[in-house]
Design a binder for this molecule. Sequence first.
Ligand SMILES: [Zn+2]
Length: 82
Amino acid sequence: MARVNCPNCQSKAVVTSKETLSSHASHLYCSCTNTKECGATFRVTLGFDHYLNPPMASTAQMAAAYLKQLPREQQLDLLNIG
Ligand SMILES: [Zn+2]
């Protein structure tokens, strides 16, 4: 699991609250646990980058969309129900 470190002293920081910007991005409000020497509070932006594996539902949707574009003969051949 991801861990947030203080940008100032590199100590472990705790996430105190989260502000959702969109389904792909949010702000994490963090507090440095090194309260004796640092005690900084800061905000981290957490953002989606890209899929390594697309979600299963979208794979099925892509396959269905692809199939619909093919001639019926090829559709049946691919589905092996011809
Ligand atoms: Zn710190």
